[in-house]
Design a binder for this molecule. Structure first.
Ligand SMILES: [Zn+2]
Ligand SMILES: [Zn+2]
Length: 418
């Protein structure tokens, strides 16, 4: 089997599950050259379709470049040898002509010594020009070689590898929720290679997790300058706008994202949250139902349906959807919270408190749940007080009535006996 056939390169985009199928050969293309089927669907290379080739062609091309590299290096070596040879001849010639050991001089006759000494006398004059010219031309030649090294950016590849490695480490830290540490590595990576879309996107994600929404949008925008159709950067931007309560713009970006990638679930999720926030529950419900018609066991959308129904005061239905959501995800405290709110509105206070407690078991720091539970408990205490006060009042009346009847009875008895 050909090596190219065995080569399985995962797509750079973690949301794409497939392997690379196509490679862009266009010299001026700024997009990622390696594409999986999902990338191909996104049509980022549609302006130069004739430059799209199979992965096998890339392997062939890499091998051709290897051969051409060898050719250039061997040509450079042969020139280096030619220069070296000429230098060697020049050095040896100078030594032969001008360097005469004294013992050899002693063996020469008068005329020969005369010639030798005459030559020696002219040594300074004859070699002055050689020294000057060779020095000048060598310096120029070395300068030219250095210039070529710089132009070819011979160190660049290693630097790019280093930047990629820093990004990977940063991304792993982000996945472990160590966003501050991740940002340090991502900044180093971006300083070396400011054109790594994924590093920019990852930085934006970290900033969002740290609730620095304004900064996160700035970095998402930088990623979108490199690739205006990058779904995840669009999502981060939309989500940050939602968190900034800029719902209209957030919806605009989710729509843009959905036009590019209709199957990207987070766009629907963000849009529904925006619609709920601006009390467009029915519009939200249309999207929720559409998502649930494709995947009925989607806990997040079952929860959103429960939330919308609660907002529409349809508490029984809302509770039923929350229970369905809990079947698939019992770790989302918000589902218990929505249940608690529905039960509270149905005046089922004890059951509501149980649900608040379950939500707080999952996320004990959630201040809004703590507050809601506190308000309900205080209300309950008040109700209990009113209840007992009412009961006491009722008891007092009954007691007085008994006293009154006893009095009447005694009075009547007294009359009868008389
Ligand atoms: Zn892909
Ligand atoms: Zn291209």
């Amino acid at each position: 089997m050909n090596k190219a056939d065995e080569l399985m390169i995962q797509c750079w985009n973690p949301d794409h599950k497939g392997c690379v199928q196509q490679v862009c050969f266009n010299l001026f293309c700024q997009k990622r050259r390696l594409q999986c089927l999902q990338c191909i669907k996104n049509q980022q290379h549609s302006s130069h379709l004739s430059d799209q080739h199979q992965i096998k062609d890339m392997m062939d091309y890499i091998q051709q470049v290897q051969l051409k590299c060898d050719e250039i290096v061997s040509m450079l070596s042969s020139y280096a040898r030619l220069i070296e040879d000429e230098f060697t001849k020049l050095k040896q010639g100078i030594l032969q002509k001008y360097q005469m050991p004294i013992n050899r001089l002693m063996q020469l006759n008068n005329s020969q010594i005369n010639i030798a000494f005459d030559t020696m006398l002219k040594f300074q004059e004859s070699t002055k020009e050689i020294k000057f010219n060779i020095e000048k031309q060598s310096n120029e030649f070395i300068k030219e070689l250095k210039k070529k090294q710089t132009e070819l950016k011979l160190e660049e590849l290693n630097q790019l590898y280093e930047a990629e490695q820093l990004y990977q480490q940063g991304d792993n830290l982000r996945k472990s929720n160590k966003c501050n540490e991740a940002l340090q590595l991502l900044d180093k990576s971006i300083a070396i290679n400011p054109n790594n879309l994924l590093a920019l996107d990852c930085k934006s994600s970290c900033l969002r997790k740290l609730s620095q929404f304004k900064e996160a949008i700035i970095w998402a925008d930088k990623a979108l300058l490199l690739d205006p159709k990058h779904s995840h950067s669009i999502y981060i931007k939309a989500r940050c706008l939602y968190c900034q309560q800029n719902y209209a713009e957030a919806i605009q970006w989710t729509d843009e994202g959905l036009a590019i990638d209709p199957e990207y679930k987070n766009f629907n999720d963000t849009k529904v949250n925006c619609l709920i926030s601006i009390e467009k529950y029915n519009e939200a419900m249309v999207i929720i139902d559409k998502v649930l018609s494709i995947k009925a066991e989607d806990a997040k959308f079952l929860k959103l349906k429960g939330q919308s129904l609660m907002n529409l005061k349809k508490y029984d239905e809302a509770l039923s959807f929350c229970d369905k959501a809990l079947k698939y995800d019992s770790s989302d405290e918000m589902i218990y919270f929505i249940k608690a709110e529905c039960l509270k509105n149905q005046k089922k206070y004890e059951q509501a408190i149980v649900c608040y407690n379950k939500a707080l078991q999952i996320y004990p720091q959630d201040q809004s749940i703590i507050n809601k539970k506190g308000i309900l408990l205080n209300q309950e205490k008040l109700n209990v007080k009113i209840f007992f006060k009412k009961k006491i009042n009722e008891s007092q009346i009954i007691f007085l009535r008994i006293i009154f009847f006893l009095f009447l009875f005694q009075f009547n008895l007294h009359l009868i006996l008389q």
